[in-house]
Design a protein around this ligand. Structure first.
Ligand code: EPZ
Length: 416
């Protein structure tokens, strides 16, 4: 079982470039199913989740060629089956993103309930409800389900709660439906805006992406073209907190500060000294104090930055209330931080209070999910001694070449 060995308590410094956004790449790849002609994707992060999505689409018959670093050409006219391989679906929660495009293009898709992170039960009721509103019929056989639709018809869809991938899935399905679809209470993430821009360049008619109401006027077909994946805002935010927690001067490049305004607000309140440029951010040693956060759908504080922020709060003076409102089960990693010496009290499954600063000591760690796994790397980088992190597949799912990139800024980390 591969693991990371990290010797902590080093001041880091240097430059680190942000990779392409995982949570856009995992939607644009399936979006190519809607397109008649090949698509060329640039700045794609070379991470495990993208590999799994490529395997899934290739298994369906899509032709995907790596043209260079982060560059992939995908042609989907060769797709010759509509049943997704269950073992591939189980490895990737985002495999559900194939459902909408397959339904729109081929009128049928069969998949197992997707797996992925174990951050609480990951239901798919809103996906099914949305597809049924668009005219699909669902049949189930155990945890395998099939969606069928002669032709999707535009509908008004009110989402009872904001969901990023439900919004994206229904938006993609609606591009080829007959008539107009109106999604209300849509998610507003930058990756959704980028996906809509890509689809509109291929001929779709989407209005309102990035607002709570999205209107999609169905069209006959979509062309196929080029797209550059936007910077990964979660990587960007994580690297800023890496610089602050190790008291280093780190320049984070190829990033989009506009996409992490809520994090920057909280870090500013904590007293962080940051230089913010057009497409870069520099961290400087700062005397930080505790700050409360509440995670919220975009443009609120991103749930995917909650874990690194909590680790940072263990090293600053004062107390901070961390309120995780999106996912149940996304705070259990704090128990591991307490075993390293942190002082974190869980008030209820959605709220913890952190009191700092506390010295952290190295430990043998297992990364529970993608984002908590990265947060444990931050903790190990400031801890006294040599930590071991297992189950590093979880981390490699979302952070490209992370060991080499951290070594480049002075981290004493190696993969064995
Ligand atoms: C997306 O997940 C991201 N994943 C997540 O990033 C991110 O944490 C999340 O949005 C919130 O920002 C991708 O884009 C691939 P949701 P998603 O549907 O869409 C409930 C990472 O680490 N829900 O917005 O799956 C759900 O249980 C990942 O990169 C239903 O109840 O999240 C959650 O409580 C983790 N029924 C809430 O909605 C449904 O049918 C919001 O989740 C679907 C979701």
């Amino acid at each position: 079982m591969e693991q990371y060995i990290i010797n902590g308590n080093k001041v880091l410094g240097g430059e680190i470039a942000v990779a392409g956004a995982k949570n856009q790449a995992l939607k644009v790849l399936p979006a190519a199913i809607l397109c008649q002609n090949p698509c060329l994707l640039k700045n794609v992060p070379e991470i495990e989740d993208v590999e799994r999505m490529i395997e899934l689409l290739t298994d369906l018959g899509a032709q995907i060629t790596r043209k260079g670093k982060g560059e992939y050409e995908i042609s989907t006219k060769e797709i010759n089956k509509t049943k997704l391989k269950p073992e591939l679906v189980k490895k990737l929660r985002a495999s559900i993103m194939v459902a909408g495009p397959m339904l729109a293009r081929f009128g049928e898709v069969t998949l197992a309930h997707p797996g992925g992170c174990i951050i609480g039960q990951r239901p798919i009721d809103l996906f099914i409800e949305g597809f049924q509103k668009l005219g699909a019929q669902m049949s189930e056989d155990g945890d395998i389900f099939t969606l069928r639709a002669e032709k999707l018809r535009g509908a008004e869809i009110i989402l009872p709660r904001v969901s990023v991938t439900v919004t994206e899935n229904l938006m993609m399905a609606a591009t080829l439906a007959e008539g107009t679809t109106h999604i209300k209470n849509a998610a507003m993430e930058p990756e959704i805006v980028a996906l809509a821009e890509f689809l509109n360049q291929q001929g779709s008619k989407i209005k309102g992406a990035g607002t709570p109401e999205i209107l999609i006027e169905g069209v006959k077909e979509l062309k196929g073209g080029e797209v550059k994946i936007i910077p990964d805002r979660i990587e960007c935010g994580t690297f800023i907190m890496l610089g602050l927690i190790t008291n280093g001067q780190i320049k984070i490049t190829n990033c989009e500060p506009k996409h992490i305004e809520n994090l920057l607000y909280s870090l500013d309140k904590a007293g962080a000294k940051l230089e913010i440029g057009q497409d870069y951010i520099v961290t400087h040693p700062s005397n930080l104090k505790g700050v409360d956060i509440v995670t919220h759908e975009y443009p609120g504080f991103p749930t995917d930055l909650q874990a690194p922020f909590t680790v940072l709060m263990t090293q600053v003076k004062g107390t901070s209330l961390i309120h995780e409102t999106i996912f149940p089960g996304r705070l259990f990693y704090t128990d591991i931080l307490n075993q390293m010496g942190a002082n974190i009290i869980m008030c209820d499954p959605h709220r913890v209070v952190v009191t700092g600063p506390t010295k952290l000591y190295a430990k043998k760690l297992v990364s529970p999910d993608l984002r908590a796994g990265m947060a444990l790397i931050l903790a190990a980088l400031v801890a006294e001694g040599s930590s071991i992190i297992e189950n590093i597949y979880q981390i490699n799912r979302g952070y490209e070449n992370i060991v080499a990139r951290l070594q480049k800024i002075g981290a004493d980390i190696k993969q064995v």
